[in-house]
Design a protein around this ligand. Structure first.
Ligand code: SAM
Ligand code: SF4
Length: 342
């Protein structure tokens, strides 16, 4: 193992011990959400005390420190990022890095519930492309999956986003027996609106009420089924994330697969994740983390923070270790996706 690397200088670009350049930061700005998706949260969640959260000003400082070190892509996520009070202010601040050319892309993953309200502001701040999570087009099933969500509100949000000129990618988690026979409908819906569709395998993150082995549907199965109906042509398209794409010949649209369970994509991982309390996770599937909040609050200048970031990146592991197996009911990682940020 080559993991015992020396810590790079506190101003150098971020290169991990395996030579991977870190160019992508995902930031969870809140662990709260107005939905309770069955694979993501339990119905009765205990959220973090508000005092533990980074302020919006601190989030701006954190993100800016990463941009200074070569991060080219920022994704704001959660929880539901758009339920955080004054969140548009953060987008507006971060927009300055787009204007300077330091940042290539500022983007967002959302459940869509607040898009009707914020789509124009997001576009004005410099956001060009967003991911909206929609697992089903059946209103009853949507309620079952999200527990608290309303499909028509999300669809109105989607319209508002497209009217505002935002490019859309729809994310759907493939769930056995729940939406597995609707994937074709989702594909036609997304591509019919000029949006990409990305399918995601469920990952064992955090305690939920249900048995995850019952939810898990390998995307290799979904892909094989789609191939009976569609011509899937390999695509070299990349968005900087873990999805691998095909073009669907019949619709002309793009279909992505995120397969942490059936295909390990760690070798090209260029990402790290920051939680709303300032903890940096160097890998979604591992517990090792760095407390950047302490470094940030240690002084008004960024010296200690820069050092802490270098030290954290020197500990980025080679890969994750997800397994969903029947005998063990324990999640691979105890924290929920809404904490680390999807
Ligand atoms: N609330 C926003 C949303 O739903 O898009 C952003 C945060 S959410 C945690 C980000 C993405 O993670 C969503 O597409 C969601 O479906 C996905 N997700 C949540 N829990 C997951 C899990 N255990 N396995 C796989 N994907 C998950
Ligand atoms: Fe909320 Fe997104 Fe998790 Fe659903 S997946 S509960 S919308 S954070």
């Amino acid at each position: 193992m080559t993991g015992a690397a020396t810590i790079p200088a506190a101003t150098a670009p971020l290169i991990d011990p395996f030579g991977r350049g870190i160019e992508y930061l995902r930031v969870s700005v809140t662990d709260r959400c107005d939905f309770r998706c069955v694979y993501c949260m339990s119905e009765h969640m205990t959220f973090l005390p508000k005092k533990d959260l980074l302020s919006l000003e601190e989030l701006d400082r954190m993100c800016s420190a990463f941009v200074r070190r070569g991060v080219r892509k920022l994704r704001i996520t959660g929880g539901e990022p758009l339920v955080r009070k004054n969140i548009i202010w953060l987008f507006e601040q971060l927009g300055r890095h787009l204007q300077s050319g330091a940042l290539e892309e500022l983007t967002l993953t959302t459940n869509g519930s607040q898009l009707a309200k914020y789509a124009r502001d997001l576009k004005a701040a410099g956001v060009e492309r967003i991911n909206v999570s929609i697992d089903t087009l059946d209103p009853g099933k949507f309620k079952t999956i999200t527990r608290w969500g309303e499909l028509d509100v999300v669809l109105r949000g989607l319209d508002a986003a497209q009217d505002a000129g935002l490019k859309i990618k729809i994310n759907a988690v493939a769930l056995k027996d729940v939406n597995e026979h609707e994937i074709e409908d989702l594909l036609r819906f997304a591509h019919g609106r000029g949006a990409d569709l990305t399918l995601i395998e469920t990952m064992p993150l955090g305690e939920i009420e249900e048995d995850r082995t019952g939810q898990y549907l390998p995307l290799s199965v979904v892909r094989a089924r789609l191939m009976d109906r569609f011509t899937l042509e390999e695509s070299t398209h990349r968005t900087g994330g873990p999805a691998r794409y095909v073009t669907v010949k019949e619709t002309g649209g793009r279909l992505g697969f995120i397969t942490p369970m059936t295909h390990n994509f760690c070798e090209s991982c260029n990402r790290v994740r920051l939680t709303c309390t300032g903890t940096l996770y160097m890998c979604l599937g591992r517990d090792d983390a760095a407390d950047l909040r302490k470094a940030l609050r240690a002084s008004a200048d960024d010296g200690a923070l820069d050092l802490a970031i270098s030290e954290a990146i020197s500990r980025k592991p080679k890969g994750h270790d997800f397994v969903i197996d029947r005998p063990s009911q324990q999640p691979a990682v105890a924290r929920h996706m809404s904490v680390t940020g999807g």
